[in-house]
Design a protein around this ligand. Structure first.
Ligand code: PLP
Length: 404
């Protein structure tokens, strides 16, 4: 009889958003007359901007011509997109990242889940708590996290770095030395950021202890404040310790189109082996490339029209963030995030757990959010709302919350 990968069985419960989905469906079935407003899942709602649609149409037409047809994409991505990213995301900021250090993928979820494969099985990972669940769950699947304690909701072999009000929603350097450190700024779920000087501390620490930072920059486009770094490569020494993950989902609305990238500088080494060489091998073996038409759409994100149009779209969501942030403050909630990120993180009223507040908001305001505890034990007592709804729904949701 075949044997399964038993590490999969260690994963507790179902994925956060499927639990939310079940609760919401049950509520809707019992209350068919109520109209729900969903500010829970981090999915975008606005259509693709014209520059991207035009690029898609052009690429589709090209694929229908004998001289324009493209088969398998190059393993690591088309040169036109890798160069556009190297130049616009890095070189204009003075960061030394070259096109051949960028690996095009179909999104940051896959990259953030797959990247752990190139590290030893006994590597110790450190994660922020609360955290985007993919980092921990994929290490569980790989058998790297030890045993799960349902009482503390923690894995025995994972280093947790609490990010709460007490730490200004930023992690502190861990006491135990990790091999791989996952950082995500602007942060999902708390919406927090750290300054360039703070990020430099992490880079210095990683270089000192010989750790690698996986820096998830999926929300980079939402940064509005001056001192917040747009990429970890703004920090000195990041080329020897940091992999950066990029996504086109939140800056350009590609959640259903699918495009992302991992930046693996050639200077990160273990002995004579570079992580670049391992990731290239992994990518070439297990991945056959993002579609040509999608990579052309990604290129359009960096055209003058594309840049202006997506900036406006991000501005639309950030205006929603302001509506949520200010509205909740007026309603008496303690709120953070929402300034450099599309996520607003609020403290649940005294005595109410994250899931109790979820039920309360669903029943009293017919608004769906995400319980903070779903992102890790230190998320208990917090709740996440997203700015990705339409403006009209966002305003309506906040009015409903104010009127409870
Ligand atoms: N990383 C973080 C922190 C996210 O919040 C998300 C999506 O919500 C992703 C990655 C996934 O991005 P993508 O759509 O590119 O797979």
């Amino acid at each position: 009889m075949f044997k399964i990968n038993e590490d999969y069985l260690k994963l507790p419960g179902s994925y956060l958003f499927s639990t939310i989905g079940k609760k919401v469906n049950a509520f809707q079935d019992a209350n068919p007359d109520k109209s729900l407003i969903r500010l829970g899942i981090g999915d975008v709602t606005q259509p693709l901007v014209p520059a991207i649609i035009d690029a898609l149409h052009d690429a589709v037409s090209e694929m229908g011509r004998p001289d324009g047809f493209h088969g398998y994409a190059p393993d690591l991505g088309y040169e036109f997109l890798r160069s556009a990213m190297a130049q616009n995301d890095y070189q204009v900021r003075g960061c030394d990242i070259k096109a051949d250090e960028i690996f095009i993928s179909d999104g940051a979820k896959c990259d953030s889940g797959n990247i752990q494969e190139i590290f030893a099985k006994d590597s110790k990972i450190a994660v922020c708590d609360p955290v985007y669940p993919v980092y921990v769950d994929t290490n569980v699947m790989a058998g790297r996290t030890g045993t799960y304690d349902p009482a503390t909701e923690k894995w025995s072999d994972v280093i947790y770095m609490p990010c709460t009000k007490e730490t200004n929603f930023a992690p502190e350097l861990p006491k135990e030395t990790p091999d791989v450190i996952y950082l995500c700024f602007p942060n999902n779920p708390t919406g927090s950021t750290i300054s360039k000087a703070e990020l430099q501390t992490w880079v210095d620490y990683a270089n000192k202890v010989g750790a690698v930072i996986i820096y998830d920059a999926a929300y980079e486009a939402y940064i509005t404040e001056e001192d917040v770094p747009h990429t970890i490569y703004e920090c000195e020494g990041a080329r020897t310790c940091a992999i950066e993950l990029r996504s086109f989902s939140k800056n350009a609305g590609f959640t259903g189109v699918r495009l992302g990238a991992a930046v693996v500088p050639k200077d990160i080494k273990s002995g004579d082996t570079t992580l670049h060489q391992l990731w290239a091998r992994r990518h070439g073996t297990k991945y056959n490339g993002a579609p040509y038409i999608v990579q052309r759409a990604g290129e359009a994100v960096y055209s003058p029209d594309g840049k202006a149009q997506i900036k406006e779209q991000v501005g639309y969501y950030m205006n929603n963030a302001k509506v949520i942030y200010n509205g909740l403050k007026e309603a008496g909630y303690n709120v953070s995030g929402g300034v450099n990120a599309p996520y607003i993180w609020l403290e649940t009223p005294t005595g109410m757990s994250s899931w109790e507040f979820f039920d309360y908001l669903l029943e009293k305001a017919n608004v769906v959010g995400t319980p903070g505890s779903g992102f890790g034990p230190s998320g208990e007592g917090y709740f996440r709302l997203t700015a990705f709804g339409t403006y009209e729904n966002t305003v309506a949701a906040i009015n409903r919350i104010k009127n409870i």
